[in-house]
Design a protein around this ligand. Structure first.
Ligand SMILES: C[S@@+](CC[C@H](N)C(=O)[O-])C[C@H]1O[C@@H](n2cnc3c(N)ncnc32)[C@H](O)[C@@H]1O
Length: 231
């Protein structure tokens, strides 16, 4: 079992629902799901909270995660939803001939080899389909640059907003000690793209992507697989 799988099996058992820095953005992401939407794929679905939201917007939702514990918990919360299928799978080796009107992935891309993952995500998107990515990014460490000042300012604002929202929704300023310890352990091996690296990759593989910083240490990337206009 890989270290990532082990980390997320551990985190799945500590999941108590509630507000998170990821589900904070679900309403925003749903705005980009095309209408109509026949089939949608979620990559790295965790305990499936966004997959369940997607069932209201698509006829069929397929959701993948590497962690069998994440999928076990996801299934246990989703028994009533006939148009939602969960699979334990590593996205990079997942084999399918299916294509999708929409592919969404939240806080997962940094676990995948970015170049190959962007290409594979693109391959599975139908013409006219929409790719929705939220992931963490490496902030600019050189303070005396425009991005350095921006990232440092956003970081201070994000800490205040995150603490306030967690207190409001979950009744506590910080996650439990057990959850913090599990994330701390996991964080030792996490690496993120810088915004410049992301922009270069997107320009090469997903030209025309819309990319923007979100407050809570994340970026949003939207790419539309435009249907070629002929004639
Ligand atoms: C930080 S969690 C985010 C979970 C969920 N998207 C959310 O918003 O709460 C990242 C998820 O990606 C999954 N993951 C990591 N590598 C993966 C891979 N190669 N294929 C599929 N899922 C993967 C992990 O098991 C974990 O559940």
């Amino acid at each position: 079992m890989s270290a990532i799988e082990k980390d997320f099996d551990r985190l799945a058992l500590l999941d108590t629902g509630g507000w998170t820095q990821n589900n904070h953005y679900h309403n925003l992401l749903l705005r980009y799901v095309p209408t109509p939407c026949e089939r949608v794929l979620e990559v790295g679905c965790g305990t499936g909270s966004f997959s369940r939201r997607l069932t209201q917007r698509a006829q069929e939702v397929i959701a993948l995660d590497l962690s069998s514990e994440m999928i076990r918990v996801a299934r246990s919360h989703s028994a009533a939803l006939g148009n939602l299928q969960f699979h334990v799978a590593d996205f990079m080796s997942w084999q399918t001939t299916e294509s999708f009107d929409c592919i969404a992935t939240i806080a997962t891309l940094h676990h995948l080899p970015a170049h190959a993952a962007f290409k594979k995500l693109k391959t599975h998107l139908r013409p006219g389909g929409v790719l929705i990515i939220i992931d963490l990014f490496e902030p600019e460490r050189r303070l005396l640059t425009a991005n350095g000042i921006l990232d440092a300012t956003l970081n201070v604002a994000a800490m205040a907003v995150c603490g306030s929202l967690r207190a409001l929704h979950n009744g506590r300023l910080k996650p439990s000690r057990a959850v913090r310890a599990a994330w701390e352990e996991h964080g030792k091996t996490d690496t993120y793209l810088t915004m410049n690296e992301l922009s270069s990759l997107a320009a090469e593989i997903l030209p025309g992507s819309e990319i923007r910083r979100l407050l809570l240490w994340r970026y949003l990337l939207i790419w539309r697989n435009e249907i070629a206009v002929t004639g």
